[in-house]
Write a protein that binds this ligand. Structure first.
Ligand code: ZN
Length: 255
């Protein structure tokens, strides 16, 4: 038995497989295609089927993000989403590191290796002799710390953005959980060349959808919150550049 949602009255009912059913609430004959996601599989896993829960969480966040974020429970639990995000970053790191070791061993083009290096978030960590020891060390210590700090800062900026436009209907933990569960597309980084770009854009899209759904706000407000850090960073960058340029100009002119 699976849980479905009536497309007419939004009532939940349980049925065996997709198809045509009479809704017990509105008594209409309705077609249901896919089961309604009641929980994030990773959040409710208790039978030791971690791999399956991880996979189902990843795929449903990619396939149907609106239903997925609707299912993210509104509670204070943040350890599981955090572990999920750390696992994704470790998998991506190990795959990219393995590529690099593989290409290095095969003596393949350095340009390709360089593009993988650039795709890595902490790219500087990979420069120098790579060994299994270093890969494991970074995967188990550096990546979890870098991911945690990154997610925390990201969630703080998102939450600040939401607060500025009055879109923060829920607390910071909710924003943090959304940021954690939006990290799934990072997995596409393992696709050569365009993977990093696909991953980056998809993560932004998931965050916008996630914040909108979790905070029950508008897409305009959630998009503002997600793009605010970019706008601020660019703004600060431009300000710095113009200040430096102005300083140089003034120095040259005054000579
Ligand atoms: Zn109904």
């Amino acid at each position: 038995m699976e849980t479905y949602r009536c497309p007419l009255c939004n009532a939940m009912f349980r049925a065996e497989g997709a198809g045509s059913f009479r809704c017990p609430n509105c008594q209409q004959e309705v077609q249901v295609k896919k089961p309604f996601l009641l929980d994030v599989p990773w959040d409710v896993e208790s039978k030791g089927e971690w791999l399956r829960a991880f996979w189902n969480t990843l795929t449903s966040s990619l396939r149907d993000p609106i239903s997925f974020f609707n299912a993210v429970p509104r509670n204070q639990q943040f350890a599981r989403p955090w572990i999920y995000a750390v696992l994704i970053s470790i998998i991506v790191f190990i795959c990219l590191a393995a590529y690099q070791v593989g290409f290095g061993a095969l003596g393949m083009g350095t340009e390709l290796v360089q593009s993988f290096k650039n795709a890595l978030i902490p790219s500087s960590f990979v420069i120098g002799p790579l060994s299994i020891f270093f890969i494991v060390l970074f995967a188990l210590i550096v990546m979890p710390i870098a991911t945690t700090v990154g997610l925390f800062v990201q969630a703080a900026l998102f939450h600040l953005g939401l607060l500025l436009v009055g879109g923060a209907k829920r607390d910071f933990i909710s924003t943090f959980r959304t940021a954690c569960y939006s990290i799934g597309p990072q997995i596409f980084q393992i696709i050569p060349i365009f993977g990093a770009m696909i991953a980056g854009i998809w993560v932004i899209v998931l965050n916008i959808i996630g914040l909108k759904v979790v905070h029950e706000t508008s897409y305009g407000k959630s998009a503002f919150a997600v793009f605010l850090p970019l706008i601020v960073c660019c703004g600060v960058g431009i300000l710095l550049l113009t200040t430096i340029a102005g300083g140089i100009f003034a120095a040259v002119v005054s000579k």
